[in-house]
Design a protein around this ligand. Structure first.
Ligand code: HEC
Ligand code: HEC
Length: 370
């Protein structure tokens, strides 16, 4: 592991991450294209994105873009997706049968909620902001500190967390065994029937289906130049020019690097009231260089999922971009440019089940109940 010099706009800064992560990202993008190329001729999916990507003429330009298209996975068993969807909404998983995944990741509020710290079991607030489950399958690790390497592993943390499901797998299996609908469904779909592995697999398979395709930005990438307006195009140019894309890249506009918050100045002490959770990846690795290091979040739904950052301390996207300019790039960005970048970020959310995702009009009052 080496620290690594990153150059943007003539400024150089030592970034706390390994060279191998950077190489990994290169492979990630390369692997994405190889798999995209292999998969295009086989695809029979009729949706707009898929149809458009079949048009090879758009590919050469697209290949150079730091932000890539979102593509719906075509290899998910729809029966497992729908079983996983049921489980995601079922409070029986929780210790007191009163909490489901959807309690905190409401899909009608874009897979997240509007609270800085969601109250968990018995009203105890969670240490960090709730990220969206949409597009989370694209992240190379799960959680702000990246402590889960897969969606399946992430579910174990929820099951055992005292402020979340506060239970264990044998108890969940016992409860499920008394429900013939679940036992039948698992027997039909899995050769070994109802097991913890298969419950995790079903929920994770559902989560893999939560890809927000057909955004205006993706249509723009595919050559529909009028899909985003001049200001939004300018915003995308600025996002690349200022260096946002060095950290926020790939199809989820992030999610594939670990980075320190506060490369310039001290974000945490300027905010005040430091917490253990602020130490980020250090809490997992115990290595000094991992203090304040977080997995870079994907920005696909950022426009729809305030508040921002691991601490949920920032309410508006404008303010979040200003914090990024100051603490990640060490510069001031003029308001007009901030507005253009925000306009660009608003073109990134796409559709789920053929419906455009939108910012809910009303901030939902969280009851902690599904
Ligand atoms: C009580 C609220 C709550 C419940 C219930 C809950 N989550 Fe979460 N979820 C969170 C919070 C808070 C985080 C961020 C925790 C962290 O990063 O340390 C999170 C993180 C995640 C992530 C990681 C996303 C990313 O970008 O890193 C996924 C995926 C996820 N949850 C899925 C689920 C699933 C599946 C369930 C049900 C089995 C579930 N959650 C139940 C609050 C909740
Ligand atoms: C050096 C890497 C790096 C650069 C450059 C960078 N970011 Fe970030 N970004 C991060 C990290 C890490 C976080 C999470 C920080 C935290 O939660 O404490 C983040 C968080 C965000 C968030 C909040 C997302 C959420 O869901 O909470 C937004 C919005 C954002 N960045 C936009 C930008 C923009 C716009 C730029 C360019 C002006 C930029 N970033 C430049 C690493 C970077």
């Amino acid at each position: 592991m080496k620290s690594y010099n990153l150059m943007y706009n003539g400024k150089s800064s030592v970034i706390m991450y390994s060279r191998s992560k950077q190489i990994y990202t290169g492979y990630f993008i390369l692997a994405f294209f190889i798999s995209a190329c292999l998969f295009i001729p086989l695809s029979s999916n009729a949706d707009t994105t898929q149809a458009a990507i079949n048009n090879e003429s758009v590919l050469p330009g697209l290949r150079l873009e730091p932000i890539q298209l979102l593509l719906k996975p075509t290899d998910l068993n729809p029966l497992i997706v729908s079983l996983g969807e049921k489980l995601f909404h079922d409070p029986v998983l929780g210790r007191d049968n009163d909490m489901a995944c959807v309690s905190c990741h409401n899909l009608t509020t874009n897979g997240a909620n509007h609270l800085a710290h969601t109250p968990g079991r018995n009203g105890f607030k969670l240490d960090v902001n709730t990220p969206t489950v949409f597009n989370s399958s694209l992240n190379h690790h799960q959680f702000w500190d990246g402590r889960a390497a897969s969606l399946e592993e992430q579910i174990n943390f929820v099951v055992h967390n005292d402020r979340e499901f506060a239970t264990n797998w044998p108890t969940i299996i016992k409860k499920f065994k008394s429900n013939p609908a679940y036992t039948d469904a698992f027997n039909r779909l899995y050769s070994d029937g109802l097991t913890a592995d298969n419950i995790r697999n079903a929920i994770a398979t559902f989560e893999r289906s939560l890809i927000t395709v057909n955004s205006r930005f993706d249509r723009y990438l595919l050559g529909e130049t009028s899909a985003i307006n001049k200001q939004e195009q300018n915003g995308y140019g600025l996002f690349k020019k200022y260096g946002c894309a060095t950290c926020h890249q790939g199809s989820n506009a992030g999610g594939n690097l670990f980075m320190k918050i506060g490369l310039f100045g001290d974000y945490i002490s300027e905010r005040g009231n430091p917490t253990v959770a602020d130490l980020g990846r250090y809490n997992i690795t115990g290595k000094k260089r991992d203090r304040y290091v977080f997995r870079v979040p994907g920005l696909r739904l950022a426009a729809l999922t305030p508040p921002y950052f691991h601490d949920g301390s920032i309410e508006t996207l404008e303010e979040a971009v200003k914090v990024m300019a100051k603490h990640q790039l060490g510069r001031h960005i003029a308001d007009q440019d901030i507005n253009d970048i925000v306009a660009f970020l608003q073109t990134l959310p796409g559709e789920y089940k053929n419906q455009a995702l939108v910012r809910p009009q009303q901030v939902l009052k969280e009851s902690g109940k599904p």
